[in-house]
Design a protein around this ligand. Sequence first.
Ligand code: HSE
Length: 403
Amino acid sequence: MKIAIMGYGTIGSGVAAVVEKNRDSIAKKAGEPIEVKYVLDLREFPGDPVQEKLVHDVDIIMEDPEVGIVVETMGGVEPACTFVKKALQAGKSVTTSNKALVAKKGTELLALAKENHVSFLFEASVGGGIPIIRPLNQCLTADEIMEITGILNGTTNYILTKMDRDGADLDAVLKRAQEKGYAEKDPTADIEGFDACRKIAILSSLAYGSQVDFEDIYTEGITGLSALDFKYAKELGMAIKLLATSRRAGDSFYAMVAPMMIGEDHPLHGVNGVFNGILVEGNMADKLMFYGRGAGSLPTASAVVADVVEMAKNPGETLLTSWSSEKLPLADKGTWERQFFVRMEGKRAERRILVEEIFGEVSYVEIPGLDEFGFVTPRMTEAEYEAKAAQAGGVIHMIRMAQ
Ligand code: HSE
């Protein structure tokens, strides 16, 4: 099987390395040797053995009948989408690590693959090296998925873990993360939650079988968090994690990305640093945890090459996913029930009566020497919380409690 890699960046070069390093075992599992015939990139790589396979014109790949599988590791929606469409129409199966492409165009590309009797797979687009797409697609098909909650972004998890351990503020930790290469020069997509939002949209589309548009998902990043929030979390015996979550509640579906307080007994509590963790709850299998490296060259490439092997084993077939083109409407977040941690201006003794009149039976958490106090509300809907917070006034910051 001859393959082509489009994009020789972190992941594309990892794919070439995995194919080379595990050549023999991959050949056994695929039933035939896998060979990289072309690498598409705008750049030159003098001295790199890939230089001999380098092409700058995508049509060389598309017009070569020997190439049966195309790997897309360019990132971004365009020109990746145009190139992937060309490959599918040319009768080549495609695997991609590109969550922006899958979240935006997944439905269309899956349909195009089916029309052309080829496959479109995307194991590496969520959770890097963690197998999560295939388990949802193949292993959990006897279950109705009730919930998916994940720490799906390594950059922010690294930052939050550092803020927790060092008592530092976001700006200082972000700067260090950028120096170490754990955060991009422009970290917006990570710290504003956009990356996690696309990933939970993909997982939810697979889990619930209908298209979840990432634009419909309420998304809050980590930029509102400060060192003081982590002090309160410690007092509560909790951690703060950026959770991407979706849940089935009867006939309704919710989805959200937001920083949340999670207790020690929560399975995602121990997912620290750059690691990702994904908790899936099925109505039969109950709770399952997937843990591993959500980014990085070789872990992500491992997932890409696993797709290549799967496609090489099933030539001329469309490997089906449960993702239909029907849109899944999400319920209004105002109706989602949970508890809320609230930081409020003033002294607890002075505001206690008002707080309890409005919010009901709360549990307080205080840090000595501050002109503010914290409390955890009883369970209520987001809409109820918002109305009560507006009525009480003086809310400095609210963090949702994980369910
Ligand atoms: N920036 C992403 C992360 C890369 O930190 O998880 C993997 O999608």
